[in-house]
Structures are given as structure tokens and as C-alpha cells.
Write a protein of this length. Structure first.
Length: 267
């Protein structure tokens, strides 16, 4: 083994893991805090110290990679149903393997000095500028693949970005042709979303509206508030909308319902 500097190994892998976590978050449109992402990245940096161990057999590397990925996903996104947890871990692992593949391709093509692989851990003893450039190249390649494949989502799932008081929330929303919910006074469309999407955010009571509904399995009311900015699949919606908050109604990673008529505005 060539010389490996622990500080370089740790710092580089924290940076790479943060990018991979960010890609996973955007791919699945899951809301989480920067603090959790940073802490999970630090965990990934600790995990990278496996590179300092004697060469491990291939049969051990795979389960270790899976366990480490699962730990990072759990720290980043928290507790979730087993099906969702497996899906998130699989996406993170897929992005990790894709990242390594792209890095190896760039290494073989351009031969940057100081790059090694130990126990499935990529080590870069290269300049920070070159590392940032290579990582950004990988990030945008993965982003391009996601765009070309439409993120693997079905046609009735869209990605919503909400901005409220400088806070930004990302989540997936199911397009529902039967959802015609509107705020009764303004007539603005309402996106119905689970409360935990907006963890840590409290709407301004002066802007909150009580919105009656008849299409969510019965009659009732939801409390809604207007966001400052709304984007659907990356396209900004000029029309004002409301976010209606519900509790434990929608299951899985898709925790919001969006009216079909509102999606048509982005076409």
C-alpha cells in the first residue's frame, strides 16, 4: 500500500458522500435537514477508514458496503417503512457504484496522480481543485442520466419544490385527476401534503386558511398556507397555490397529492 494520509482520506470521502446523499435526496425528493446530511457524511468519512485495513476478500466488501450505505441512509432520512428504507439504500448504493465507475473511467482516461482504491474505498491524494472538478463532473453526469431516464418515476408522479421564508422543501407528489381541491375564497389550487414534509416549519397563522374537502375519503377540513414560490418538475408555477396539510393519510415516499389541472400549467 502506498502512503495514505488519514486527514485527506477522511475529508475527501466526507465531501463525496455529501454529494451522493444530495443526489439521493433529489432523486427520491425526500426532505431532510442539512445537519442530518452533514452528520451522515461524517459517518461516511469514518467508514472510509476501512481503507487502512489489510485487503479484504471480495465476499466481505459487498456486505460491508451495504451495511455502511444503510447506516448513512438511516442517519440522513431517519426511520421509514422497510420497503422505503430498502429503496433508499438501493438508490444510494446505485449512485455510489455509478460514481466509482465514472471516477475510474476519468482516472483511466486522464491518469490523475494520487488516486488509489483500497477495500472499495476511493482515495485521492490530489489537489482540492481537481477533486471538486471531478466530483462536479460526476454529479452532472448522474443528473443528466436522471433527466434522460426521467428519474425512473412513473408519469403520474411529479417533483415539487416549495420555497417558504427562505426555506426550501422537496417532495414527490402524485398527480390526481380527481383532485379539484381549491381554496374557497381565492379559487387557488391546493396541493395536499403530509405534515412531516415540512418538519420544523410552522406556517404563519395570519396566512393560514381553513379549506373544506370532499375528495379525501370523506368530508373534512385541512389547513392551508400559500408558499412564496412553487416549482413542479423544475418549472415555476406563476399561479398562486395553497399547501393543505394532512396527518398520516398518504403512505410511502410519495406524501402529497397535486391536482392535474395545476400540472397542466407547466406544459
Amino acid at each position: 500500500m502506498k502512503s495514505v494520509y488519514i486527514d485527506v482520506l477522511f475529508t475527501v470521502n466526507v465531501f463525496i458522500d455529501f454529494i451522493l446523499i444530495l443526489c439521493t435526496k433529489k432523486a427520491l425528493c425526500i426532505n431532510t435537514s442539512f445537519k442530518k446530511m452533514l452528520f451522515a457524511s461524517l459517518l461516511g468519512g469514518v467508514q472510509s477508514l476501512i481503507a487502512l485495513l489489510p485487503p479484504l476478500p471480495f465476499i466481505l466488501n459487498i456486505p460491508i458496503d451495504i451495511l455502511c450505505a444503510a447506516a448513512i441512509v438511516f442517519v440522513t432520512f431517519g426511520k421509514s417503512p422497510p420497503k422505503n428504507f430498502v429503496k433508499r439504500t438501493a438508490v444510494f448504493l446505485s449512485l455510489s457504484f455509478s460514481f466509482c465507475g465514472i471516477m475510474l473511467f476519468l482516472y483511466n482516461a486522464f491518469r490523475p496522480k494520487g488516486m488509489e482504491v483500497y477495500n472499495d474505498i476511493v482515495y485521492f491524494n490530489i489537489s482540492p481543485v481537481l477533486l471538486i472538478i471531478l466530483t462536479l463532473v460526476c454529479y452532472y453526469i448522474l443528473k443528466l442520466v436522471k433527466i434522460l431516464t426521467k428519474g425512473g418515476n412513473s408519469s403520474d408522479i411529479c417533483k415539487v419544490e416549495i420555497k417558504i421564508n427562505e426555506q426550501v422543501f422537496f417532495f414527490s407528489a402524485k398527480v390526481d385527476t380527481g383532485c379539484t381541491l381549491t381554496e374557497p375564497f381565492s379559487g387557488n389550487y391546493v396541493i395536499v401534503a403530509e405534515r412531516n414534509i415540512f418538519d420544523g416549519f410552522t406556517p404563519d397563522e395570519t396566512k393560514t386558511r381553513v379549506i373544506p374537502f370532499e375528495s379525501l375519503g370523506g368530508n373534512g377540513i385541512v389547513k392551508g398556507f400559500p408558499p412564496d414560490e412553487t416549482k413542479i418538475d423544475g418549472k415555476e408555477i406563476g399561479k398562486n397555490i395553497y399547501i393543505g396539510i394532512c396527518d398520516n393519510v398518504l403512505k410511502g415516499d410519495v406524501k402529497a397529492i397535486i391536482p392535474y389541472e395545476l400540472v397542466k400549467l407547466t406544459v
